[in-house]
Design a protein around this ligand. Structure first.
Ligand SMILES: [Zn+2]
Length: 493
């Protein structure tokens, strides 16, 4: 189908160039050269026949027919959010996975596990007061069911950014899906590759008028009184949804512990200035509830747990967010898959069922840094966690939803030959004589698009694009690449 579509585009394009005028030799010549170059790259015997494509279409329709409605009340729910995983990211990650992992001939024909789910849709993501969402207003929307103001979490529109008084007004607090699950007698858990006290996870228990308020020091840094504006760490201990949360796994030890406490693994102090140790206080609180609570900081401890002896688990494996997925082993940090596995084992002991929220935060970090290779790797890791969640549960009693909170400016373009590495560039130069990358960001901290001395565009041919830390050059300089407001996908089963 893809090939058919592109053939049509090429034919129309060539036709248009020829029709514009016989004088326009350069355009038509370039277009023909382009088509010939593309077609010359792929031997026709490699390309699938019409029968292949028609059989695929038939199988897709038949599988929908066989699927039929599944009418039951879900006992368990797992909600996966790929932070910043817009539609373009999903398309590019599919090709990346196909080319790197699947042994696919070209890559484009592969699928992520989330894409095999029987139901899909699209979601708008704007905030109550901004065109483009951040991860906290959107968290309030998809976890609490109400749009919120930019950079606030777990609070209704009555609270503006940084409004302490509003934050303390219980009329402005909005409940979350974690609370609703707890009211139904279900176990609840959160897994994140970010900090455990950060949004979006924290929006499940906390209401904060400024998303950075994870410790008293953060509140003070913003010029507010921490005794008046409780941070998300304190709210984990004070708010009922936090107190009743069974599993909380991720990074962020720096914000759980006081400055006086030197972390034995990293030899660095905590961030809290009020002397509170949230991790230790959580453990004491949970021991009082279930008597089967654990606080862990390493992957080996996580994998060595006897889950029959653990009902409540706090794991904070890194001082900040977890490292990139290919650096986890170096730091004795678990993968998303491993965290999801242990979380489900503990939560599923409850006969009433469970709700688990899983947040893939590294996708967003990579996009913000203009690193497409990193972003695609992190989506593939996220997808493995989705697959684990799917394999460990039964479709008859478990609802799984996978979505994103917003998108990024990454585009996926150029008429490259099928199977061209998704991280590389076009085969035909642009009008300035330089080739261009298949993936591009509109803005961000990457190197300048144009050399200020020569006025020439950055030559990506000279770049090592397979290095995961490679940063794409950008036309608009910005300290951190900006989110985008394109709709995001929803996959469900
Ligand atoms: Zn972001």
């Amino acid at each position: 189908m893809q090939l058919f579509k592109y053939s049509i585009i090429f034919v129309l394009w060539v036709g248009t160039c020829l029709a514009i005028g016989k004088e326009d030799h350069s355009d038509s010549f370039e277009a023909l050269r382009f088509v010939q170059a593309i077609q010359g790259q792929l031997p026709s015997q490699w390309l699938e026949s019409p029968t292949h494509w028609r059989n695929l279409a038939k199988e897709a329709i038949l599988s929908k027919e066989r699927q039929g409605p599944l009418e039951a009340v879900a006992k368990n729910g797992i909600f996966f959010i790929g932070d910043g995983m817009g539609l373009t990211s999903v398309s590019a990650a599919r090709v990346f996975k196909g080319q790197r992992d699947d042994g696919a001939r070209f890559g484009e024909e592969s699928s992520l596990h989330m894409e095999t789910f029987p139901y899909s849709g699209l979601s708008k993501t704007y905030c109550l007061d901004t065109q483009v969402a951040d991860s906290s207003c959107s968290a309030t929307a998809y976890l609490c069911g109400s749009k919120a103001r930019f950079s606030t979490a777990g609070l209704s529109p009555g609270v503006v950014f940084g409004d302490c008084r509003g934050q303390n007004n219980t009329n402005f607090h909005v409940s979350s899906i974690v609370e609703w699950a707890q009211r139904e007698g279900k176990s609840t858990g959160i897994v994140t590759t970010g900090r455990v006290t950060a949004i979006p996870g924290a929006a499940n228990w906390a209401g904060i008028a400024q998303r950075s308020w994870e410790t008293d020091a953060d509140v003070a840094e913003s010029g507010k009184n921490p005794e008046v504006c409780p941070d998300s760490g304190i709210q984990l201990l004070r708010k009922e949804a936090g107190q009743r949360l069974n599993v909380l796994l991720g990074g962020g030890r720096h914000r759980l512990t006081p400055v006086e406490k030197i972390d034995p693994e990293t030899n660095s102090p905590g961030k809290r200035t009020d002397g509170r140790n949230i991790a230790e206080e959580w453990l004491v609180m949970k021991e009082g509830q279930s008597g089967m609570a654990r606080y862990i900081t390493g992957r080996d401890e996580l994998l060595g747990l006897n889950v029959s002896e653990v009902d409540d688990l706090l794991g904070s494996f890194a001082m900040q967010g977890l490292p990139w997925s290919d650096e986890l082993e170096r730091d004795n940090d678990p993968t998303m898959q491993e965290m999801v596995q242990v979380a489900i084992k503990i939560l599923s002991k409850n006969p009433n069922g469970f709700f688990l929220f899983v947040h893939g935060g590294k996708i967003d970090s990579a996009h913000h840094a203009n690193r497409p290779g990193r972003a695609l790797r992190e989506i593939v890791e996220f997808d493995k966690a989705v697959k684990t969640g799917d394999e460990m549960t039964d479709d008859l009693d478990t609802l799984i939803v996978v979505s994103a909170d917003h998108s990024h400016t990454m585009g996926y373009c150029g008429y490259n030959v099928r199977g061209n590495s998704i991280l590389r560039h076009s085969i035909i130069p642009a009008d300035d004589g330089f080739v261009f990358s298949t993936l591009n960001y509109v803005n961000g901290p990457g190197p300048a698009w144009t050399n200020p001395d020569t006025g020439l565009r950055h030559n990506v041919l000279l770049d090592n694009t397979s290095n995961p830390n490679y940063e794409l050059p950008v036309p608009v300089p910005l300290f951190s690449e900006a989110h985008s407001s394109e709709d995001v996908p929803i996959f469900a089963k």
